[in-house]
Design a protein around this ligand. Structure first.
Ligand SMILES: O=C(NCCCOc1c(-c2ccc(O)c(O)c2)oc2cc(O)cc(O)c2c1=O)[C@@H]1CCCN1C(=O)/C=C/c1ccc(O)c(O)c1
Ligand SMILES: [Ca+2]
Length: 482
């Protein structure tokens, strides 16, 4: 459950938050496939409660009303089409699975596919679920339960959402049927939302009943789905991530928190020389690594001030470090613009999601940020692909905020977060030649649109990253020769 089953040579996943299935299929063919992305986390594809009372907030998709594949992103036919078209170009699909709960009592009782429910009766005919399928006695998780009472965190309602009993055979079967249907359509795995709120023993039973991945979609026979469990654990809670790592991968929230601190200048970059478990992070193979996600980019959820697209220079620096460093399985966030932290995706007056526009410079419009289309970011996705399973070697730092390192003989990267220029002759570990810096520009025929770095026969080169440059890093790799 810890192998994403990426197509060969690919390494990085992007969360296309709230994208529609037709738009994702197109993005796979026109951008993500050609640029070497490995996979996509999609928004929950199951029918959710329609909440006009909060003007269609992003979190309405985290209130299931049935497991029918009908949402504002599209219907089952569009979903199947997206999975096939993305798999055809080597891009895998991972489904955000909301299996801890059903709806709250937030809005009218209708879903995105027309299903109704009777919250007061715990009745969800669209599945169907009834009273026996939920945890009793009814209770609501209070904030101090996280510190004292693991039973309540699992068996009580998370912010008023009807809490399913995954210990029930019937509930397990409904969940397994839903997930196996998605596997039959070609998905490569699942994000398990709110995993902390379910018993590990119940999750293990559910995972072990999942089918192998569908070999008609290019997966090897016997391949198990990739599963990454959302467990928000920054310490201090009764429930710890280690309860879930024996089952499958776990979202490592400390990763984004610590890199946000470092790249905002609250910790010297020199200390990243031993980045990984020495920083209290999970073992690399257990970790889904990310800077920001759909929840904490809005300021609440896990931890202090997380870097997002709203702080472009340090954000790109942290993302570049995540992609240059071999730790974990990285995931990029791809956002829509927001001012109000509960706002949902760009939509028209009847609530239909507006598709991203693709501008002539390959950026997105219509309120979509498309961080995955930023040159500094997609270039580092290619860097990570080229680095493959090499480790880190030839680390250099200036005992402050200037660092550099190699990935085997495949790639070299340097960062400058000091207030003075980085201007050094450094070992790049690369074969002699002229390389284009893929951060300040890119290869264009035989020229570089940004900096050119000349590597000598000894692998050394003069490396310059000015303190006030647009970006704080420089990256060259095999394949970026000019
Ligand atoms: O103030 C709110 N919620 C209470 C504080 C955040 O608590 C929630 C957590 C949560 C937060 C921190 C924790 O340590 C933790 O164990 C759980 O996980 C959820 C997961 C869901 O599928 C649906 C939800 O409504 C929540 C949720 O409300 C607003 C209004 C309702 C949705 N929501 C939200 O803020 C929605 C947040 C949300 C939604 C989906 C997620 O995957 C997520 O991580 C957070
Ligand atoms: Ca629960």
């Amino acid at each position: 459950y810890k192998d994403p089953h990426y197509a060969s040579g690919r390494s990085t996943m992007v969360h296309l938050f709230e994208w529609k299935w037709d738009d994702i299929a197109a993005e796979c063919e026109r951008f993500l496939g050609p640029r070497g992305y490995g996979g996509i986390q999609i928004s929950p594809p199951n029918e959710n409660l329609v909440i006009w009372a909060h003007n269609r907030p992003w979190w309405e998709r985290y209130q299931p009303i049935s497991y029918r594949l009908i949402t504002r992103s599209g219907n089952e036919q569009q979903f199947a089409n997206m999975v096939r078209r993305c798999n055809n170009v080597g891009v895998r699909i991972y489904v955000d699975a909301i299996i801890n709960h059903m709806t709250g009592t937030w809005g009218a009782n209708v879903g995105t596919g027309g299903s109704t429910a009777n919250f007061g009766e715990w009745s969800y005919p669209g599945v169907p679920y009834g009273r026996n399928d939920f945890n009793w006695p009814q209770c609501v998780i209070s904030s101090n339960d996280y510190g004292c009472c693991p039973d309540r965190v699992r068996n009580c309602e998370l912010s008023g959402l009807k809490d399913l009993n995954q210990g029930s055979e019937y509930v397990r079967q409904q969940i397994v049927n839903y997930m196996n249907h998605l596997i039959s359509l070609g998905v490569a795995g699942f994000r398990i939302d709110a995993a902390k709120h379910m018993w590990p023993g119940d999750l293990r039973v559910i995972y072990d009943r999942l089918q192998n991945l569908n070999t008609n979609h290019g997966f090897p026979s016997g391949a198990r789905p990739y599963i990454f469990q959302e467990v928000i654990d920054l310490g201090g809670e009764a429930i710890r991530r280690e309860e879930y790592t024996p089952l499958a991968a776990v979202t490592e929230f400390k990763f984004g928190l610590e890199l946000s601190r470092a790249f905002q200048g609250n910790n010297q970059l020199r200390w990243l020389v031993n980045w990984g478990p020495n920083w209290g992070l999970l073992a690399s193979n257990d970790a889904l690594a990310f800077i920001d996600n759909h929840d904490n980019q809005r300021g609440h959820g896990a931890g202090g001030n997380i870097l997002t697209h709203k702080q472009p220079k340090p954000y790109k620096g942290a993302i570049a470090f995540m992609l240059a460093h071999p730790y974990g399985k990285p995931q990029l966030m791809s956002s829509f613009s927001f001012h109000n932290t509960e706002a949902g995706p760009p939509m028209d007056s009847s609530g239909n999601i507006i598709s991203p526009a693709i501008n002539s410079d390959n950026s997105c419009g219509n309120g979509w940020v498309c961080e995955h289309r930023w040159r500094q970011i997609y270039s580092m996705v290619a860097f990570r692909n080229v680095a493959g399973n090499t480790g880190i070697n030839d680390w250099w730092d200036n005992a402050s905020n200037q660092i550099a390192f190699c990935r085997g003989g495949q790639g070299f990267v340097a960062f400058n977060n000091d207030h003075w220029d980085l201007n050094q002759n450094l070992q790049t570990c690369l074969p002699a030649g002229r390389y284009c810096d893929v951060i300040s520009g890119q290869k264009n025929g035989n020229n570089c649109t940004g900096k050119t770095v000349t590597v000598g026969n000894d692998g050394r080169a003069s490396i310059y990253v000015g303190a006030n440059e647009y970006d704080m890093m420089l990256a060259i790799h095999v394949g970026s020769e000019s």
